[in-house]
Design a protein around this ligand. Structure first.
Ligand code: NAD
Ligand code: UFG
Length: 339
């Protein structure tokens, strides 16, 4: 099936293109390259032997979307990754985040509806869960009271898509709430390419190990967790990509709206991840303990039971795989796709 992948040149989108091709689908990537490099799609072709048709354009622009759907009248469903994702930047530039993330979703859904394509998978986030939930987080745990505009934009897009599915029973909507995506394709050809200083933990660890950063700051060691540092549910990007293929199968069999966590169900502290990275790769990651980062939770991890039972999906890669594959990518591509 032809699958339109918005944000297809990005970190998760490009890995999902590989998984779609391996499952026999034909991805088409639409991306404005505001946070990516088309080299990622060339690497998809090297890995799979299949070129991914690529359109450089903005998902907020209905005219661009009209052209895409007119040129590819047989698109069966859409995976909507395109969006801005930097939490800190969203606090500084809320309008950019609301405009891009909401407008892209609304424009896409309007044009899809006009072309009778009513199946969509949306990239949501564990950040939509309220801070006062018990762990692990289930899909029916409380949402809202987000701490930043990025989180609210995901929360609002979920609501928009739910309302669309309610208004027209021909729609099928899958909302995927990712936990903490990390890792890279095992080939070392594809991985995460953050712009500037990484704000996420894993790219900061790998850039420190390769010598690009002097040392990692661990944000707080006085949380109510086993070693005092923050606990998260890190998930290998290849597992995450496979989750999208399972969601495509679900879309084809169901209508209405469904939400799934994509996480491993296992919490891992910052210190555990640092030590796992050092052991898996035989490197040292210098670190210092710094004050807590504002807005951070002590602990956040998924209950992935629903994805297992209803999507037939389960994470297969463990912490060592995540660390090994991140390092393999970082070592082979110290400047990401800019080489
Ligand atoms: P990414 O920045 O690597 O990929 C997003 C892609 O979308 C980029 O290639 C960017 O150029 C493109 N894009 C952004 N706005 C666009 C627009 N208006 N039109 C066309 N293209 C546009 O990020 P990612 O990590 O691959 O994340 C993919 C999705 O998953 C995002 O929606 C993100 O919010 C969500 N998500 C990511 C994480 C994470 O930690 N990586 C966690 C939860 C959810
Ligand atoms: N951390 C450090 N030092 C760093 C970076 C992070 O100690 O330099 C710590 C954080 O305090 C936290 C953990 O590492 O305890 C993970 O932090 P990340 O920034 O990697 O990830 P978050 O859990 O804060 O957020 C990520 C994405 C969000 C997404 C969320 C849930 O950035 O977009 O996961 O999916 F919403």
């Amino acid at each position: 099936m032809k699958v339109l992948v918005t944000g297809g040149a990005g970190y998760i989108g490009s890995h999902t293109c590989v998984a779609l091709i391996e499952a026999g689908h034909q991805p088409i990537a639409l991306d404005n390259l505001c946070n990516s490099n088309p080299e990622s799609l060339r690497r998809v072709a090297v890995i799979t032997g299949c070129e991914v048709p690529f359109i450089q354009g903005d998902v907020c622009d209905e005219a661009v979307l009209e052209q895409v759907f007119a040129a590819h009248s047989d698109i069966g469903c859409v995976i909507h990754f395109a969006g801005l994702k930097a939490v800190g930047e969203s606090v500084a530039k809320p309008l950019d985040y609301y405009r891009n993330n909401l407008l892209s979703t609304m424009s896409l859904v309007r044009v899809m509806g006009r072309h009778g394509v009513k199946k969509i998978i949306f990239s949501s986030s564990a950040t939509v869960y309220a801070a006062d939930n018990e762990m692990p987080l289930r899909e029916d745990s409380k949402t809202g009271s987000c701490t930043n505009p990025y989180g609210w934009s995901k929360y609002m897009c979920e609501q928009i898509l739910r309302d669309v599915a309610k208004a027209d029973s021909a729609w099928s909507v899958v909302l995927l709430r990712y936990f903490n995506p990390v890792g890279a394709h095992p080939s070392g050809l594809m991985g995460e390419h953050p712009n500037g200083i990484p704000s996420n933990l894993m790219p900061f660890i790998s850039q420190t190990a390769v010598g690009k950063r002097e040392k990692l700051s661990i944000f707080g060691n006085d949380y109510d967790t086993p070693d005092g540092t923050g606990v998260r549910d890190y998930i290998h990007v290849v597992d995450l990509a496979r989750g999208h293929v399972a969601a495509v199968d679900h879309l084809l069999r169901h209508s209405g709206e469904a939400v799934f966590n994509l996480g491993t169900g296992r919490g891992c502290s910052v210190l555990e991840l640092v030590h796992a990275f050092e052991e898996a790769n035989g490197v040292t990651v210098p670190y210092t303990i710094a004050p807590r980062r504002s807005g951070d939770l002590a602990t956040c991890y998924a209950d992935p039971t629903k994805s297992h039972t209803e999507l037939g999906w389960q994470a297969q890669y463990d912490r060592v795989d995540m660390c090994r594959d991140t390092w393999n990518w970082q070592r082979k591509n110290p400047n990401g796709y800019d080489e």
